[in-house]
Ligand binder design. Structure first.
Ligand code: ZN
Length: 507
């Protein structure tokens, strides 16, 4: 009985979280600027209600009863894992003081607006006091959540449960050691031709081509749609309605195209959740008050990167689809062959901006952010000194001079949105994507099917091993079950080495 009651209560919380997401989608795609302030109140009210429901005595009672009911059942059954997810959320939420939650929410709203202005006007000093406050509240948050070795672990754990600071450091160090020499060797090489990517590409044709690929990948438009927004994203309101956006640039083809492939990867995850888990604790992040179905942010990112990079930037992919792209844009691509196009969309160029980075230099953008975040939390770096520390790391890792803070420390929205500890999930996603891909390449005939443009078997493998389970299994369990190993760098480094050595003739 209690378990059924718990399920009903969680379903209602899930409805609230999905309603929050609808408001967020609308704010980012349709809402006139005038709506900003009142929308902020609406979001705050709904998340406050969700928090209250999670901490309510009614839910507490059903949870206690449900714990007893599932005793003795298989430890990874849906019922046991449901109870576990709710228990964790209740426990952590009750440790975080309500004032801290509301201070953070209020501060985030203002800080994001200030950050936007500061970035536009290249004025870090303006953002600085807000960042100091955000850092302070994140320190309090880390203390409230609790950690073993390092406060960063508490913050990171909100996005990547189970990942320790030490294992993250090892992971980043491993990538640095293996790929820095590669980046340096490539810098000595002649860059491939890519002028044609900046020709004039009408938006409607870009959309048509990209959406066609998304559908070939398996994105179901009866449960999805594609819109344009300033920053691409995927958002879902249950598996029945999973939306994506992209940003088009008429004078830069890869922006809109790979944006769609990336977000399609996220969308396939959400659309592939088991229907039986709809409105449950296994398809929502109760702790983050966010309706997201994946096991972790890194796991989610592994799916976007898998479809975008391992499939969408592969040679086989362009051998198959380039003729269609060329006939969509005959004037722009008439003088470009498949090989040239493949090389152009995989060229390596250290850049100032994370979201424009190539596969190989991308992780250095993450490393420097993680090192700065840890330095800030440890009080080794003062917020005031952050721009200087940032610029020094960009010089060290990417060999670039940062001309201004707008293209430096102010470029990402994350810190103004209070998100400390979320950057690593992008790199974790990269690493996981290659590990999953290496495992599925062992399946008979699968690579051949993908090369033919038949993506059903690939999608089914991912669906069986990852998508359907939602949050039932931890990222570590998913990896163990489907690849037989815990998180390992090997397949990722092998992928990068072999791809880029070949591309740049490094033997
Ligand atoms: Zn993503």
């Amino acid at each position: 009985m209690s378990f059924t009651e718990l399920t009903c209560q969680v379903a209602e919380i899930n409805d609230l979280l999905n309603a929050l997401s609808v408001l967020t989608w609308d704010a980012r795609t349709q809402m006139p600027v005038g709506g900003i302030q009142t929308r902020g109140h609406q979001l705050a009210t709904l998340s406050g209600m969700a928090r209250k429901m999670i901490l309510s005595s009614e839910l507490g009672q059903s949870l206690d009863g449900a714990k007893r009911e599932v005793q003795g059942e298989a430890p990874d059954s849906i019922r046991v894992r449901t109870v576990e997810q709710v228990r964790q959320a209740v426990e952590v939420f009750s440790r975080i003081p309500a004032e801290l939650v509301s201070s953070l929410a209020e501060l985030k709203a203002t800080a994001q607006a200030v950050w936007g202005q500061a970035r536009a006007e290249n004025d870090f000093a303006r953002f600085q006091p807000y960042l100091e406050q955000i850092l302070g509240l994140n320190r309090q948050l880390a203390e409230a959540i609790g950690y073993r070795a390092h406060p960063y672990e508490a913050l990171l754990g909100q996005y990547e449960p189970g990942m320790t600071t030490q294992s993250l450091k090892n992971l980043l160090e491993g990538i640095k050691t293996a790929t820095l020499p590669l980046v340096q060797a490539i810098a000595q090489k002649e860059p491939p031709r890519w002028d044609f990517l900046t020709r004039d590409y009408p938006e409607d044709l870009q959309r048509q081509f990209a959406l066609n690929i998304a559908q070939k990948f398996g994105y179901d438009l009866s449960r999805g749609r594609l819109d344009a927004s300033l920053h691409p994203f995927e958002i879902s309101f249950t598996r029945q309605d999973v939306r994506i956006t992209t940003r088009y640039r008429r004078d830069y083809l890869p922006m809109g195209l790979f944006g769609v492939l990336h977000e399609t990867g996220h969308a396939l995850y959400e659309q592939g959740l088991s229907p039986a888990l709809t409105r449950s604790a296994l398809t929502s992040d109760l702790l983050g008050l966010y309706a997201v179905g994946g096991a972790s942010y890194g796991t989610h990112e592994s799916q976007s990167r898998l479809w975008e990079n391992l499939v969408g930037r592969s040679r086989a992919f362009w051998e198959l689809h380039y003729p269609v792209l060329q006939s969509t844009f005959p004037a722009q691509l008439g003088d470009v062959d498949t090989e040239e196009f493949y090389r152009a969309v995989n060229r390596v160029t250290p850049s100032l901006i994370r979201v424009e980075a190539d596969e190989l230099t991308y992780n250095f953008h993450i490393m420097l952010r993680v090192e700065l975040e840890m330095g800030l939390l440890e009080d080794k770096i003062a917020v005031w000194d952050l721009p200087e520390a940032w610029n020094a790391k960009v010089q060290e890792y990417l060999g670039l001079e940062v001309p201004d803070d707008s293209r430096g420390v102010l470029q990402d929205i994350h810190w103004s949105a209070g998100l400390f500890g979320s950057f690593p999930t992008y790199t974790i996603g990269n690493v996981m994507s290659a590990q999953f891909y290496a495992a599925l390449e062992q399946v008979d005939g699968l690579s051949e099917a993908v090369a033919r443009g038949d993506y059903a078997a690939l999608r089914d493998w991912l669906g069986d091993n990852i998508y359907q389970h939602g949050r039932r299994f931890s990222p570590a369990e998913l990896l163990e079950h489907s690849t037989g190993k815990s998180l390992t760098l090997k397949p990722y480094l092998h992928y990068l080495e072999s791809k880029y050595r070949w591309l740049y003739g490094l033997g």
